[in-house]
Design a protein around this ligand. Structure first.
Ligand SMILES: Nc1ncnc2c1ncn2[C@@H]1O[C@H](COP(=O)(O)OP(=O)(O)OP(=O)(O)O)[C@@H](O)[C@H]1O
Ligand SMILES: [Mg+2]
Length: 275
């Protein structure tokens, strides 16, 4: 499979849902390099999912633009794909059929499709499950099928909205590790939205802190840690502390519309930390 990354350029991006809604975010600017993994962390309601949906071409901005290399994003494409918290598989289809669905609609012939699907299944470590029914797979395996279904289209950009938050800690950790390592091996860009500060440190090349209402990117942190990243590595822990501090500062200076403080770790909507 030949996947390459893109340069992401977001310019003066503004959004409001309707003319009566408050502004979701105002004049967001962001650039990312080819192959860079960006993690956006921020309190509930600051506009992270809205931003991701605009990047995916699923929502239109009120103003401003998103460019991937020289292409203006105005609609969804297999080149910039979104993965959600739930895998949304077709339960009556086998694993290989779910993974190959995009190729099927693109008119690929059976043998070429099978070869590409097998490559994608190997990437996510499900090569032995091609002929299984998807209902017989665990939640983590189903999320891997959804990942393979995205990878099979050779995306330049993968967008993940809290993709692992419904999974148990062990499964989540292995997917965090694998998504980063696959992205680095193949070279595509990833933008991940999360509440999970560990996820940010384990997966990001750069973590962006979004805060406030209307939302803005308040701060950013280069996560220049070597791979593989282990949760209990002192350098990982130190980076997590730095990110948590930046997050709390953003919450204090740019409180959310609800008035809840992001530094309040007892809140169900506050940032997640794992022991
Ligand atoms: N379809 C919609 N119509 C109107 N307002 C919406 C819609 N979807 C979201 N909003 C509002 O836009 C704001 C940003 O929502 P968004 O879902 O982008 O936040 P978020 O940062 O992803 O939050 P969370 O962390 O809870 O997922 C919120 O105030 C939300 O209530
Ligand atoms: Mg969201």
């Amino acid at each position: 499979m030949s996947i390459r990354g893109v340069r992401i350029k977001i310019e003066d991006l503004s959004h409001r849902y309707t003319s009566k809604s408050p502004i979701t975010f105002d004049k967001v600017n962001l650039e990312a390099k080819h192959g860079e993994i960006i993690v956006i962390i921020g309190r509930s309601g600051c506009g992270k999912s809205t931003l991701l949906h605009i990047l995916a071409g699923l929502l239109k901005p009120t103003d401003g633009s998103v460019r991937l290399d020289d292409t203006l994003v105005t609609s969804p494409s297999p080149q910039w794909v979104m993965m959600f918290q739930a895998p949304h598989l077709f339960p009556w289809m086998k694993v290989s059929q779910n993974v190959g669905i995009g190729l099927h609609f693109a008119g690929w012939d059976e043998s070429r499709m099978r070869e590409r699907v097998d490559d994608a299944l190997s990437l996510v470590d499900l090569q032995d499950y091609a002929d299984n029914n998807v209902q017989d797979l665990s939640g983590g395996q189903q999320q891997r099928v959804a990942l393979a279904r995205s990878l099979v289209m050779e995306p330049e950009l993968l967008l993940l909205d809290e993709p692992f938050s419904a999974l148990d800690a062990f499964t989540r950790a292995s997917l965090q590790h694998d998504v980063r390592s696959i992205a680095k091996r193949l070279g595509f860009n990833v933008v991940i939205v999360t509440h999970d500060i560990d996820e940010a440190v384990l997966m990001a090349d750069r973590a962006l802190i979004m805060a406030g209402s209307p939302g803005k990117i308040y701060d950013e942190l280069e996560v220049n840690l070597p791979d593989p990243r282990e949760r209990h590595d002192p350098n990982v822990q130190a980076m997590r502390t730095r990110l948590m501090e930046a997050f709390k500062q953003a919450a204090n200076e740019y409180p959310s519309a609800s008035g809840k403080d992001a530094g309040d770790e007892s809140s169900p909507h506050s940032v997640t930390q794992h022991a």
